[in-house]
Design a protein around this ligand. Structure first.
Ligand SMILES: NC(=O)c1ccc[n+]([C@@H]2O[C@H](COP(=O)([O-])OP(=O)(O)OC[C@H]3O[C@@H](n4cnc5c(N)ncnc54)[C@H](OP(=O)(O)O)[C@@H]3O)[C@@H](O)[C@H]2O)c1
Length: 360
């Protein structure tokens, strides 16, 4: 049902009675984001008509994934020939693995170009991040800038050097050339510890990036922390709502007569509101104080030395928990995506992050 006309006719000539499954390549199947997307996809009624192949790095994970009916290829995204070959056999590619690595995306696109030459118009669903819009504030101020995913000009005004941008440019260029339909999902700060069939099988990473980093740093110094005044703003989106966005997008782009905007217009932000880094630092300080790990229920500012020690550098610490990045997901909502989890859910998730980090 997902193939274009030419391919459908090729299919029916060779075997009129057997239904051929749609080949899907999945990158990042065991990741914090990708695992939740795959778990949802496997529950989707459409899963029966898909033949999903996941690229995984080790045999143990491959065997576990096979138990879910997922085919596997062992390798890394640095195996460019393998990646090109796998992509050339896929009608749909989910890339949820690395938003900043040009060579692997170039290999995927070479594969999709071959696929197109054989009569298909493949689909690429790539994962970037709202980090493309990041601006440094060292935690000192809240920016008034708001980026809208339904305005291509907001993306096109970005410099090539912006985070994730070079890969996004490659993806959009492929759509413009016409050999693939491309869609880019840009989640904001994803939070929450996922629980699904893959996590229960011990297959999926369960830790995100920013909130866990701030949590570990706060535990490390024995006090809930903020960068600068904690004044900078980001958006939040739960892990569940993020997975839902991918599935809503997948359903929409695989419907016959798909009219979902793609290429330069195919940008889908994941956000359900804003928070300040003070909000997170305050909740961290409160929970850590209650648990006897933090000295005060009020967060205090990380010193330069602490940023270096806990985040690797002052620059990275400022980027992770002291930058501004506010977007509005108008295009994602226009698809019918209805995120459920609000800022209260984000703040409530801090306790679980603390407990998970303390266990480690
Ligand atoms: N988490 C967030 O808040 C967030 C927000 C916006 C955008 N994103 C983007 O979403 C993407 C996925 O992020 P994530 O948080 O899910 O990361 P993650 O938990 O580290 O997952 C990465 C996935 O990619 C696989 N992988 C890593 N390196 C690989 C390689 N060289 N070859 C093959 N597979 C490899 C991992 O497999 P293993 O099981 O072998 O490690 C895992 O399945 C990234 O591009 C990230 O920038 C994340």
């Amino acid at each position: 049902m997902f193939f274009n006309k030419k391919r459908d006719s090729m299919k029916s000539k060779s075997s009129p009675t057997t239904s051929v499954k749609t080949p899907v390549l999945f990158l990042g199947a065991t990741g914090y984001v990708g695992g939740s997307v795959l778990a949802r996809l496997l529950e989707n009624p459409a899963a029966k008509s898909l033949e999903i192949t996941a690229l995984v790095r080790d045999q143990q994970k491959a065997s576990k994934l096979q138990a879910f009916g997922v085919k596997t290829a062992i390798g890394t995204i640095q195996d460019l020939k393998l990646l090109e070959d796998l992509a050339s056999k896929a009608h749909i590619v989910f890339s949820i693995v690395n938003a900043d690595d040009d060579p692997h995306m170039q290999a995927i696109l070479r594969g999709l170009k071959k696929r197109h030459a054989s009569g298909d118009l493949p689909i690429l669903i790539h994962t970037s991040g709202t980090g493309v819009f990041i601006s440094q504030a060292n935690g000192m101020f809240a920016s008034n800038d708001v980026y809208d995913d339904s305005k291509p000009e907001h993306f096109e005004a970005l410099p090539h050097e912006a985070l994730h941008r070079s890969v996004d440019e490659l993806v959009v260029a492929a759509d413009k050339e016409g050999y693939a339909k491309t869609y880019i999902v840009l989640p904001s700060t994803i939070y929450g510890i996922p629980s699904n069939a893959l996590t229960k099988a011990g297959l999926q990473h369960t830790s995100s990036i920013q909130v866990p980093a701030l949590t570990k740093a706060s535990i490390g110094r024995g006090q809930g922390g903020i960068v600068g005044k904690g004044a900078a703003l980001w958006n939040h989106v739960s892990n569940d709502d993020t997975a839902e966005l991918f599935v809503v997008l997948f359903d929409a782009v695989t419907k016959p007569g798909n009219t979902v905007p793609h290429g330069r217009e195919g940008m889908f932000v994941g956000e359900n509101g804003t928070f300040s880094w003070y909000d997170i630092g305050k909740e961290l300080a409160r929970v850590l104080h209650e648990k006897g790990v933090g000295q005060s229920p009020e967060p205090t500012t990380f010193s330069s030395e602490e940023l270096e020690k806990f985040f690797g550098s002052e620059f990275v610490g400022n980027l992770i928990a002291g930058s501004n990045c506010v977007c509005i997901a108008n295009r994602s909502r226009a698809l019918g995506w209805r995120p459920k989890h609000t800022k209260d859910h984000l703040l409530a998730s801090v306790r679980a992050e603390v407990e998970a980090a303390l266990k480690q």
